[in-house]
Design a protein around this ligand. Structure first.
Ligand code: FE2
Length: 286
């Protein structure tokens, strides 16, 4: 009997800077052509598609996917990173120390998230209207059902608490939506992949200089997200954000950092899932 598998390709942190970024666009097209040629069942991109937080730049990525015949819900999953959603210059311009306006920041981020979901609507839902995060895809491949659980970890810019806009946080509402009986029941029997932008582990060396850097990048409530993913029986969680290609375990869960296309556009992560739900992961250089 031929062994049935599902193959997922994952890369991250493209940091495209618009349609004039010819060399990066060519490299992206080449990577996608290789992935298409290798017949992956699904492609996951874990955020920081663009560098500028400009929706016009999101469109460049959307057009590339469309040209490659990949712009559909069952083929590709995309989530935003902080660089897709937070425009630091704009935040600083609006900032007023006497009137911190946290509500305004939250509102701007929420609007951006919804706009991102509208722009990439065909990658988020097959027929339902978009409702933002979390969202779930359940894909059936012959004998294997694959579920993807997408969580937003981008947290509003704040002058003291999140000065680079790079710290992550999952809202309690998102976590509780995934902690329901309904969510667990919907995913039952499938191989579950969690998808977010921020890293569970950064340097973690204990050196003060690394700790300071870790703090600016960290996923603040990573333990809660991990518990939630564990509750959903996630076999693996994919992320980007910290520009390293890494596979590691965190709290007993297999985590993969899809690294940085920006630093190496010729490497991606492959996950192969078998019908007994065992899986293997490796990084591939093209
Ligand atoms: Fe990021």
């Amino acid at each position: 009997m031929i062994e049935k598998t599902v193959k997922v390709a994952h890369f991250s942190d493209l940091h495209l800077s618009g349609g004039r970024d010819r060399s990066k666009i060519a490299a992206l097209e080449q990577l996608l052509e290789v992935i298409r040629g290798a017949r992956y069942d699904h492609i996951v991109v874990t955020g920081d598609i663009v560098d500028s937080a400009a929706p016009a730049d999101w469109m460049v990525f959307r057009d590339i996917l469309a040209r490659q015949g990949l712009y559909s819900w069952d083929k590709v999953t995309v989530i935003p990173g902080n660089h897709d959603l937070i425009n630091l210059e704009e935040e600083m311009r609006f900032y007023n120390a006497l009137n911190p306006d946290m509500a305004g920041r939250k509102r701007r981020l929420h609007r951006r998230i919804m706009r991102f979901c509208e722009v990439f609507r065909e990658l988020i839902t097959d027929s339902e209207p978009v409702t933002g995060f979390p969202f779930i895809k359940i894909l059936q491949y012959d004998r294997i059902a694959l579920s993807l659980v997408m969580v937003n970890t981008v947290y509003p810019w704040m002058p003291v608490e999140n000065p680079l806009g790079a710290r992550g946080y999952v809202s309690p509402g998102e976590l509780s939506a995934l902690q329901t009986q309904d969510a667990a029941a919907a995913l039952e029997g499938s191989f579950v992949i969690g998808v977010c932008h921020h890293a569970f582990r950064i340097y973690g060396t204990g050196f003060a200089i690394d700790e300071a850097f870790d703090w600016t990048m960290e996923l603040i409530n990573r333990q809660e997200l991990l518990q939630t993913m564990r509750g959903l029986q996630a076999g693996i969680v994919l992320h980007g954000h910290f520009h390293r290609f890494q596979a590691y375990t965190y709290g007993g869960v297999q985590i993969v950092n899809g690294g940085s296309f920006q630093y190496n556009p010729r490497r991606y992560s492959e996950i192969v899932i078998r019908d007994d739900h065992s899986f293997s992961q490796r990084f591939i250089d093209i």
